[in-house]
Design a protein around this ligand. Sequence first.
Ligand code: TEU
Ligand code: CA
Length: 566
Amino acid sequence: MSDDWWKSAVVYQVYPRSFQDSNGDGIGDLEGIRSRLDHLEWLGVDVIWLSPIYASPQADNGYDISDYQAIDPTFGDLEDFDALLTAAHARDMKVVMDLVVNHTSDEHPWFLESRASKRSPKRDWYWWRPPRDGFEPGAPGAEPTNWRAFFSGPAWAFDEESGEYYLHLFHQKQPDLNWENPEVRQAVYAMMNWWLDRGVDGFRMDVINLISKVLPLRDGEPLPGGLGNGFPLYACGPRNHEFLQEMHREVFAGRAGRFLTVGETPGATVDDAVLFTDPERAEVDMVFQFEHVDVDHGPLGKFDPQPLDLVRLKAILGRWQAALADRGWNSLYWDNHDQPRVVSRFGDDRDHWAASAKALAAVLHLMRGTPYIYQGEELGMTNAGLTSIDDYRDVESLNAYDELRELDVPEARILDGLAAMSRDNARTPVQWDGSAHGGFTTGTPWIAVTPNHTWLNAEAQREDPDSVSAFYRSLIELRHAEPVVAHGTFEMLLAEDPQVFAYRRVLDGTVLTVVANISGADVTAAVDVAHGGLVLHNLGEAATPYPAGAGEVPLGPWEARVYLHR
Ligand code: TEU
Ligand code: CA
């Protein structure tokens, strides 16, 4: 296996809470995942990325960790974990863990010790600061900086006992670790080594570009509502690359295994990404950038979605393809546990559900980079269609609702925004079959199963060669069979076309051409595919024969065609 084996790999993200429940408590667990490995093997994925399964008070569904070396009892125990790891390895699938080390839970022993006293040896493991000069401790505006937290409100929480504030870029139960302190870094590396010794195959690193803050901490540009934007003062900060290089030396460099590391890096530019992923620099293999999933955010932010501008989306993705062509590597994703479902967001989940799910899959998977499938994406799972604030579970959505209410945004508009963009859209249970609760649980699911599971489910698709999941399977097969998919060059075609997404990949004598209609209207794409054989097509039986040599490809609504010639 070569060092860059992950270039021809496909990663499947499991969000354990919503994947499969094995004991009827309504929450997915490790045994449940193990019982569904057949599905992942059938699909052909190479790597499973597990969202956090560590001990956690679950203030942010496990992204708030109170013990990095224990499994949360909700999900099972270390024995269940080892059984899952062994079973996955036996099927030739690797397992990548979520690494959440920008912050811990406020119930982590490190934080409890840090909080216990100003003189605690771990005081400096977190960001403690006195109130702003001239302000009463705990008074409005007394926070050490004006930063807004990702989940609304100030990014500082007041601690009565010591009269100081601690920093939390996310929930107040997620205090930020102080990476300036070498003891913190060594503790993190020791924990990573412990997991690698146990046999895991790498890490997906949560907000790893937020670990280095600009010093001294200071105010950001004011935002509507009184808080400020701290983002430029902690994203891709001054010591970010140094820390990642140190991590690589302390954790990966001495090991013989073949690992995958992917950094989640909101706000990273293409220039940042080249630095993070250039193999010569030994930081991470690839990063998750956010530009293409922020493309439809409006003036009020993510809960103010705008219609898709395809030309802009292509410009973003094309820019990332070009920037990482020679040095570094792209990850490719539409969905994850933080994003709405792509078939509802950029596709058409009403009139062209299957065709649009497949077309979006094709244009994503055949670009240059490592594709990620988020659980249920391979089934064409849709947004949840929630209409009442009581149906939401996610802390980001619940807080945003309160915040936007206070800004006097009409409730109907807020609920529309949440229905389109809430993270809960991704978090409804996987739809395995048409039975009650979709085969996810025999109990009451922690969040409702989407009603369309009666017809949209894995079982219904399994025997259908034209199903959305069969199409995903073909895409993975194509990547494994044809080196041009992983290693070919990338050239965007028809960049200005508002409906067609088309590009060409070339490796040695092989040319792969992808032409897709990202709209519900008939179009003609001026792309020459005359010498290519059709290797993939998303309309199955309904395929219209291609008029050879015309230099034009007629495409029906959401039709996608892939041609290969050597
Ligand atoms: O997400 C970080 C992030 O920047 C966003 O995706 C965020 O979740 C939100 O959508 C901002 O609007 C990571 C995890 O993927 C997310 O689930 C966690 O909540 C977050 O970090 C904190 O650990
Ligand atoms: Ca369970």
